[in-house]
Design a binder for this molecule. Sequence first.
Ligand SMILES: [Zn+2]
Length: 410
Amino acid sequence: MAKALLLICDGLGDRPIAELGNKTPLEAASKPNLDRLAAEGECGIMDPIAPGIRAGSDTSHLAILGYDPYTYYTGRGPFEAAGIGMDVKEGDIAFRCNFTTVDDQMTIIDRRAGRINSGTEQLAAAVNGLVIDGVEVIFKESVAHRGALILRAAGLGAEITDTDPHHEGEKVLACEAIDANDAASAKTAKVVNEFVRKSYELLKDHPVNVERIKQGLQPANIILPRGAGIGPKMRSFKEEYNLNATCVAETGLINGVARYVGMKIVEVDGATGGTDSNLVEMAEAIVKELKSTDFVLCNVKGADVGGHDGAPQVKLDMIAKLDEMVGYLLANLPEDAYIVLTADHSTPCSIKDHSGDPVPIVFWGDGVRTDSCKQFDERSTAMGGINRIRGIDVMKIATQLMNTAEKFGA
Ligand SMILES: [Zn+2]
């Protein structure tokens, strides 16, 4: 059976930039390997969700993997929690959280608790396993001041407000149901408020914080949940496509989406989630995985960072690294492997955020209808045989090329 790599370059798409002679970074860069894929493959442009919709990385990855985000995306919480290895179940209410510093009036002193980087495991243990109003509390620390919370019980809702006011000097907000008649969400809100209160009670005199105060550091004396979402019911990637899949990614959010649909997660030491990532090491992991599995999803983060920073040079440097990565892949992937190369959204340097512009895409491998596109960039690929598609179409096109798609009709 054919194999495939879906390589998603985060935020790679851009707009024309005056200092690059009104070219996009992809148009301005030298990238012989990316261009080889375009020249030999079938090209097009893709709206990750729909034309003009500004996609997040999570909603875009869901769509590209074939899961309509309008059905399955309930908030960032479930995928953040899954991304740090928590088992989110259907109906769980999941949140991303910050360890935060407050005073005894519940005023925020430091939203990130002095960017605490040790002792959070012990702090997490103090709140994990609580039961509040019959609701099971599962909490796990993540990197630095971050963590995730799951509330587990029947009959909870996720249509609630955040507790984090997002600004120092303001008070912790009371969590409320968005619709006062929504009893399930009102119940969740009550439990969240109780959790926040208990976290302060249990953490303020915790030995980790006593020691921090002694050292002149901000104590991590409260936990503030936000981004609530209810664990959606989703078919696994294997059920959906009958393909065994591995995810090689750099961020918890993408690992969370992949883990939620049952993909194996492979972490690469040199993958930092920044522009200093070792992409060849990621490519080596992909090659190794494709020896034993059918499908690899890879997300490379760096280009998005350059876009958010408004730094075309950072994007150009990342494109050079991506080109080196693709060169390695072309030399080392199994003969029958397909490559789908695209981005999850555009992050134009001029906008410093995600835009609704479509992104280039190429399908490369045996049997594709090679078109006249010679270059992998936003405007060249718009002339290709794939024309303009949506993220939700990508897996359908990929699996029919792989000859694993089922026939519709006789
Ligand atoms: Zn971004």
